[in-house]
Design a protein around this ligand. Structure first.
Ligand code: GTP
Ligand code: NA
Ligand code: MG
Length: 351
């Protein structure tokens, strides 16, 4: 396809890190601030993810005009992952499907066991990432300034507090160096984001550095990930995050769709315990808007069609043996089913 015909989808951003380092609070902060400020924030809940529209994000981080002009991605599909040791598999799957990741590390604690596990997942899957050095509000003497750009707030701190933060950051950078991750730098000292890995100090309590984190993220994603997030409007490709029994529905597949589209009734091939499983979609479910969940038996809305990037719950017969982490493909009218089965079989071997 010619460049001009190519479309860009929303990148899938996975948030990873050690337990309680502040992943969920960080996302909640962005969500909360946006919802407070605008009536129609346009944030939508997906299965296993949240969608943040680009205009809303750009307003939140008071993006300069120069950045606004460059941005063509429609929004960010963000996957939050749990830091508890028991959820290694979820982190793996969240990491595998990510176009980009945010690694959250609490200061002054620094990287912990799950931080390193996440780093290994990202390295294995070749997912680029940035580091949020979170909880800077807890640093001795820190004077908070709500929602401030990091440098703006940093420059107003006293010498002692600045030096403390610098020390904590250097300790973390040093530990990454030992793990053979050289070249991590505070974002404002980086010239070339393909050579250095950026660390952005944040507070999910005061909002400091969060606009900065988003601006750095958007800059990198827009500039370097174009190829990865090209959207081809064809049969869907996705990955299964979880296989779940759902009251009133039976067995369901929680999936992230990263390319193409998926239609109700369409045939799909998905990875199973004993090889590819061919079935058809009975229903495509997405969470209902919060104010619509009065009747708990109707947790989900039904959809006729779903476009990438999206998180969706699939209802289909014969999916009991589907394995979490498995690849999924829709079968288009021009596709040969045997070819799709072969692709899924090959993809299954790599998970
Ligand atoms: P898991 O999902 O269990 O891995 O944890 P998480 O990384 O999502 O951490 P969570 O957002 O649940 O935060 C853990 C605790 O840290 C909560 O009590 C938060 O209020 C607190 N917390 C998170 N971010 C900050 C921060 O920037 N500053 C301060 N002071 N507290 C924070
Ligand atoms: Na937690
Ligand atoms: Mg959490």
């Amino acid at each position: 396809k010619k460049i001009s015909e190519r479309k860009i989808r929303s990148p899938i951003i996975t948030v990873l890190g050690h337990i309680d380092h502040g992943k969920t609070t960080l996302l909640d902060y962005i969500r909360g601030t946006i919802v407070q400020k605008r009536e129609a924030a346009g944030i939508t809940q997906h299965i296993g993810a949240s969608f943040f529209p680009m205009d809303t994000i750009l307003d939140f981080c008071k993006a300069p005009e120069s950045l606004r002009k460059k941005i063509t991605i429609p929004g960010l599909l963000v996957i939050d992952t749990p830091g508890h040791t028991a959820f290694m598999n979820l982190r793996k799957r969240g990491g595998a499907v990510a176009d980009f990741a945010v690694l959250v590390i609490e200061m002054p604690t620094g990287p912990m066991q799950t931080t390193w596990e996440a780093v290994r997942i990202l390295r294995d899957k070749k997912v680029p990432f940035i580091i949020a050095a979170n909880k800077i509000d807890r640093i001795n003497g820190w004077k908070p300034e709500k929602d401030a750009d990091f440098m703006e707030s940093y420059n107003k701190q006293n010498k002692f507090t600045k030096e403390l933060l610098d020390k904590y950051l250097y300790e973390t950078i040093g530990l990454f160096y030992e793990e053979e991750f050289p070249g991590i730098e505070r974002y404002d000292r980086i010239q070339d984001f393909t050579k250095n890995l950026a660390i952005v100090p944040t507070s999910a309590k005061t909002g400091e550095g969060i606009p900065t984190l988003l601006i750095v993220l958007l800059g990198i994603v827009q500039q370097y990930l174009q190829k990865k997030i090209e959207y081809t409007d064809g049969p869907a490709q996705g990955v299964v995050l979880e296989v779940k029994k759902e009251t009133g529905y039976g067995m369901t597949l929680d999936c992230i769709i990263f390319d193409g589209h998926l239609e109700k009734g369409q045939q799909i091939v998905v990875g199973g315990l004993n090889g590819p499983i061919t079935t058809h979609i009975r229903a495509l479910l997405t969470p209902k808007e919060l104010d619509e969940i009065r009747d708990p038996s109707k947790k989900f809305s039904q959809n006729e069609i779903i476009y990438a990037a999206a998180g969706v719950k699939i209802l289909a017969p014969g999916i009991e043996d589907v394995v979490a982490g498995a690849p999924l493909r829709a079968v288009g009218s021009e596709d040969n089913i045997d070819d799709i089965v072969k692709i899924i079989r090959e993809e299954l071997e790599t998970i």
